[in-house]
Every structure is written in C-alpha cells, then in structure tokens.
Design a protein around this ligand. Structure first.
Ligand code: SAJ
Length: 413
C-alpha cells in the first residue's frame, strides 16, 4: 500500500499529479530545482496558469498533504516528471531524467516503486532501471532481477491536454508499462488512487512507443491539414470550404490547418520515433518537416501582401502555441512574429490577452508593441490571426473591412 509519494519535477505534469495524489489522501513531497516554484507551491499557489490547478494546490497544501522541496525525500513511490527536450540533432535529451534518477536512487529501499512519466524514447525506462541499479548495487532492479526485484520500475506516460489537465488526469485511460509484470501491478495500484479511467497494463517499452504514437498520429494528421492549406493557397481555393465539404463524407475527419505546430509535445515527440528508427519512420519525419515549414509559408505570404502598403501596420493576433493558454513554448505564432520583426515587414501590433509584456525576443526590437484588440484593429492594414483565442471570437467583420486578412486557423470563416 502506497501512502507517501515523491514527485520529481513540478511542471505542467508533475504538479497536477502531485495535487491529484494529495487530494486523494496520499502524503506528497514535490521536488523542483527552481526555488521560486518551491516557494510558490508552499504558499499554496500554482506557478503557471491551468484551470482548477490553483485551487487543488492551495487545498492540498492547506490540508498538509502537499509540500515542495528542492531535493527528493524517502517515499513509497517516486514519480519522475521532468522535461525530455530535443537536442540539436533531434534526439532526446535525457539528462534531466538521468539526474532525477541519481537524486532518487539514494532514498530507495526494498518495496519502493519508481515511475517515469516523462515522454521518452523506446527503451528509456529499462535504461532508467540500469541507472538506478548502478547507484544502488545493494538493491535488485527489474531489468535483471525480473519479477523478484526489490524495486519496481514502470513507465506511465502522461496524456493530458493543456487547458484540461485537471479533468483529463482523472478521466483519461492510463497506460501502465512495467519493466516486469510485478512492476506494472504495483504502478496500477498507485494510479488507481486518483484515476477513474481504465488502467491498461503492458511492458515499459510498448508504453513508451504507444505514447509517442499518439502524438505522432496527431502531428501527421495536422501535417495533412497544413499541406492541404498550402496546396489550396497555391490554387487560390478556400481550404476551410474544402475541409468542410470533404468532412461531410462519413469516413473523413480532417484536422484544422494552422500557422504550424507548437508546444513541447507534438512538435517534439515524433522525433523520438524518427531517431529510434530513422529508416522506417519516413512519414513521421516528413510530417514534422511539413509542420515546421508552415510558419515560413505564413511569413512569406504576409510579407508579400504587406509590401503593397507604404508603411504597413500588421496586427498579429495571438502569440501562444494554442488557444486559451499562456504557454509560448515552441509557439509557431511567436516564431512568425519574430520573423516578421527580423524582416522588417512593418509596424507589428501584437495582441495577446494571456501575457502582460512582450517576450524578450520581441521586447528589445523596437518593431513590436503589445496592444489591445481595439487598437490593433483600428490601426492595422494587415491582420494576421495566429491563435484562435476565445477573446478573438467576437471580432466583427466590419472591423476587418478594407484590411488584408490572414486567418491562419480559419477561425473567422
Ligand atoms: N493544432 C493544429 N491543428 C489542429 C490541432 C492542433 O494546428 O487541428 C496545433 C495547435 O495549435 C498546437 C499544436 O497543434 O500548436 C499542439 O496542440 P494540441 O492541442 O494538439 O496538443 P498539445 O501539445 O497541447 O497536447 C498533446 C496532446 N496529445 C494528443 O492529443 C495526441 C495531449 O493529449 C498530450 O498529453 C500532450 O500532447 C503531451 O503532453 O504529450
């Protein structure tokens, strides 16, 4: 029976997981290397915006069930939820997982469980078992001791959608991949504490591949939509109408084109498959390339049209990587605005209701200003809708009249 859990990494996944466990009666220690994060959480506050997270954190801290620290402490189970970013060569940077493993290893005892939640290339969890074993030769681990190992090691990939994390963390089905069957059973007992979805047991490497396949599936499907939009632009056809009409076929459901694919998951994870099987993963690689090329296409179109105006003012609607979040990581919208600034396309009027100041890449250029919707639409010659925020839904057609409009998401169709 697990009664104490140590969650390493208090980001978009670790903190909601820590809060969900604490809310369900587990004593949770959360670990983060960022002292600001630790202090905020201990003050009962969430360090980033995610619906319902702040209330869960403040409740868990007030009940004395959640406490943040800078280093791991002994527990019955350890959950590693640290970043696995891309290296320059598109392979996974596992340095954070490795250092988390080292920091956890010294606290392990027989009967403990270590779960990797971070999205990782196939084979990482077995490797994690080896790393732990290297630091604790006094204990046995499942990569060589199998079912009889002292310490359990499993991969339980997160699958929650930013903006709906607190809901999906409870309701989504959960993939539980054990390095051995016994590890999977132990991890199932942990996740059943807060999961209402079904726990699906498998081996660790299949679990890693299943998680990567989910995001690669979405990336490939978005690439199809983005490629269609570029084909339709070339042919002078409205891609929104094409997709709406094709979607009336009973077995066709095309995703939405956009300015590109951003965030720290879908733009990253497919590369882990490509680097694991470069010869085989041809479509997955091409989808990445198509989606990465989309911001360039948007910039070229906007620059060309802006050139028709003497001193163009360009309203850039949205900077975040998707709607109704404050997250700018790998954002194609930000990439596009940076590029427009670099190419001196015009005076950039940036509207982003979820931030209070421009990011550093734009703030110092003197070419972009953060303004409200009314100002942007009053002064712009060219309007570029980059993010489908709810706040932009009410923009009236009359406010766009006489302007060149690029609706990259078909939001105002
Ligand atoms: N996008 C489009 N067109 C679409 C859908 C999305 O251009 O039709 C763009 C978005 O604007 C954004 C990017 O794709 O830039 C990714 O957004 P998303 O909402 O598709 O996904 P994420 O990155 O927020 O979350 C994904 C989810 N994975 C899947 O839906 C398969 C989530 O369930 C995962 O938990 C998350 O990745 C993760 O952490 O791996």
């Amino acid at each position: 029976m697990v009664s104490t859990v140590c969650v390493v990494g208090l980001g978009y996944i670790g903190l909601p997981t820590a809060a969900a466990l604490a809310t369900n009666g587990i004593q949770v220690t959360g670990v983060d290397i960022n002292p600001v994060t630790v202090d905020l959480i201990n003050a009962g506050r969430a360090p980033f915006v995610e619906p319902d997270l702040a209330v869960a954190v403040s409740g868990a801290v007030a009940m004395g069930r959640l406490r943040a620290t800078k280093a791991p402490e002994p527990a019955d189970a350890f959950i590693i939820a640290v970043p696995t970013p891309l290296c320059e060569d598109n392979t996974a940077d596992l340095s954070h997982v490795k250092s988390a493993a080292v920091s956890v290893a010294e606290h392990l005892k027989a009967g403990d469980l270590v779960v990797l939640e971070s999205t990782s290339p196939p084979g990482t969890t077995v490797e994690l078992s080896r790393w732990l074993s290297k630091h604790r030769p006094d204990l046995s681990f499942p990569h060589d001791a199998g079912e009889a190992a002292d310490v359990g090691v499993a991969h339980c990939p997160e699958r929650v959608l930013p903006g709906r994390i607190m809901f999906e963390i409870v309701t989504n089905d959960r993939i539980i991949g054990g390095v051995s069957t016994a590890c999977a059973e132990r991890a199932r007992r942990l996740y059943e504490v807060f999961t209402k979805g079904e726990c699906l047991l498998t081996d660790a490497t299949t679990a890693e591949m299943a998680k990567l396949s989910e995001n690669a599936f979405r990336d490939v499907n978005i690439a199809f939509a983005n490629e269609l939009s570029m084909v339709c632009d070339h042919l002078g056809i409205d891609v929104g109408e094409v997709i709406a009409l094709a979607g009336r076929h009973p077995r066709v459901d095309i995703l939405r084109p956009g300015p590109g694919v951003g965030g720290h998951c879908i733009a990253v994870d497919p590369w882990f498959i490509v680097s694991a099987a470069p010869q085989q993963a041809r479509l997955i690689r091409l989808a990445r390339q198509v989606n990465d090329a989309k911001p360039v296409h948007v910039v070229n179109e906007v620059v060309q049209t802006s050139g028709r105006f003497k001193e163009p003012a360009i309203a850039c609607m949205g900077l975040t990587f998707k709607a109704n979040v404050d997250d700018l990581r790998e954002s194609p919208a930000l990439h596009i605005v940076n590029e427009l600034a670099d190419r001196q396309a015009g005076r950039l009027l940036v509207v982003e209701p979820h931030i209070t100041e421009l990011p550093a890449s734009l703030a110092g250029t003197g070419r972009a200003e953060l303004v409200d919707i009314t100002t942007a639409l009053r002064e712009a010659d060219v309007v570029v809708l980059l993010v489908d925020h709810d706040a932009f839904r009410g923009v009236k057609q009359t406010a766009l009249r006489g302007k060149a409009v690029f609706d990259t998401r078909g939001f105002w169709r």
